[in-house]
Design a protein around this ligand. Structure first.
Ligand code: ZN
Length: 144
C-alpha cells in the first residue's frame, strides 16, 4: 500500500496480494481518521461478501474466488470503542460481466486498487443496536 495526502483526501494504491479492509484500517488508524467516505475501483481474485438478514439477525456470506474487476467499492469510516470501524460495500464483475455484490468482509487484490478516502473532521461512533436491528449503528456526538 502506498498513499498520498492532498488536503482532506488520501489517494491510496493497493498492490497484489493486499487485503482491502486490513490495509485501509491500518491507514485510518495510522492517520487518526475518525470519519470519512471511501470509494474505489480495482481488481481482485478473492472476496467475501454478503447480506445481513435483519429479521433473522443472520449474516449470509458468499465467497468469490476468480479474476474480477472491483466495479465499485463504497463505504464509510467511523469508530467503535475507539477503534477504526469500516463499513464497506462492493460490486465485483467476472469475465462475463456478471456482478456479485454486497457487504464486504474481505477482498484480496489481484492487480491494483485505486481508492480515495475523503476525511471529515467529525467523530462518528458506532453503538450496538440490540433492540431493532442487531447492528452497530452510527451515532453522532452532540459536542461536534
Ligand atoms: Zn453493510
Amino acid at each position: 500500500m502506498i498513499y498520498q495526502r492532498v488536503e482532506n483526501i488520501f489517494i491510496v494504491r493497493l498492490d497484489v496480494g493486499e487485503e482491502i479492509l486490513s490495509s485501509l484500517t491500518e491507514l485510518c488508524s495510522q492517520e487518526k481518521i475518525t470519519a470519512g467516505t471511501i470509494s474505489g475501483i480495482g481488481a481482485a481474485n478473492y472476496a467475501d461478501i454478503g447480506l445481513y438478514e435483519v429479521a433473522k439477525r443472520k449474516y449470509h456470506g458468499t465467497i468469490l474466488e476468480e479474476e474480477m474487476e472491483i466495479a465499485s467499492l463504497n463505504g464509510n469510516i467511523s469508530r467503535k470503542d475507539g477503534k477504526v470501524y469500516l463499513h464497506l460495500h462492493a460490486a465485483f464483475a467476472n469475465k462475463q460481466g456478471q456482478i456479485f455484490g454486497g457487504h464486504l468482509r474481505s477482498a484480496r487484490i489481484s492487480a491494483t486498487a485505486e481508492i480515495y478516502i475523503h476525511t471529515v473532521p467529525a467523530k462518528i461512533e458506532r453503538v450496538f443496536d440490540e433492540e431493532t436491528t442487531g447492528l452497530n449503528l452510527i451515532q453522532f456526538d452532540p459536542t461536534n
